[in-house]
Design a protein around this ligand. Sequence first.
Ligand SMILES: Cc1cc2nc3c(=O)[nH]c(=O)nc-3n(C[C@H](O)[C@H](O)[C@H](O)COP(=O)(O)O)c2cc1C
Length: 187
Amino acid sequence: MVKKNLGSAGELFPQSVFIVGSYGEDGTANAMNVAWGGECMRHEVCVNIGDHKTTENIVARGAFTVAPADAAHVAEADYFGIATGRKVDKAAGSGLTFVKSEFVDAPVIEEFPLTMECEVTSIQGDAHGARIVGRVVNTCVDDSILDEEGRVDFGKMRPIVYDSTRRIYRVVGEEVGGAWDAGKALM
Ligand SMILES: Cc1cc2nc3c(=O)[nH]c(=O)nc-3n(C[C@H](O)[C@H](O)[C@H](O)COP(=O)(O)O)c2cc1C
């Protein structure tokens, strides 16, 4: 095997395609695409966001939602990452349905099958760029992606991830082994 050094390129894969929903101070709903995010602990989600409308919104309202994008909504997910709520009404532009969360002060986008509704627990930074952690208050899920035991079935959902090397979205696919199980063969 021949290894090459790519310097500080930082090709950690996969990166998320999380659609972060928020309300502005005037109540306008917004959504942005976040690759630098993830579950940072059980019931906690972290997003790393720069100087965006979303950042102002979350700092002002103390809440946000996170929906992993699915393959059926690639165009809308990308739109949320290239248009800004500082200039356009992305809820209207996307054609998707934004409804107020029952649990936090942020919108849920109905067409995304899985959404975590979060209240902010810590902000490192400010409205111009921050690492924000939120506690998951509720998870709402479309029953079309549940299996017969009531668990989220990601095979049905077809979530997408961001491939930063080629700047494309890829769909998450086949099962290749059991967690806390495949390694037993080596024990
Ligand atoms: C694939 C993709 C991933 C992105 N990931 C991030 C991210 O993790 N953090 C960030 O600050 N901006 C990220 N962006 C850029 C924002 O989504 C973009 O600037 C967006 O317009 C911000 O929207 P807003 O101003 O309405 O909040 C990403 C954009 C794309 C297309």
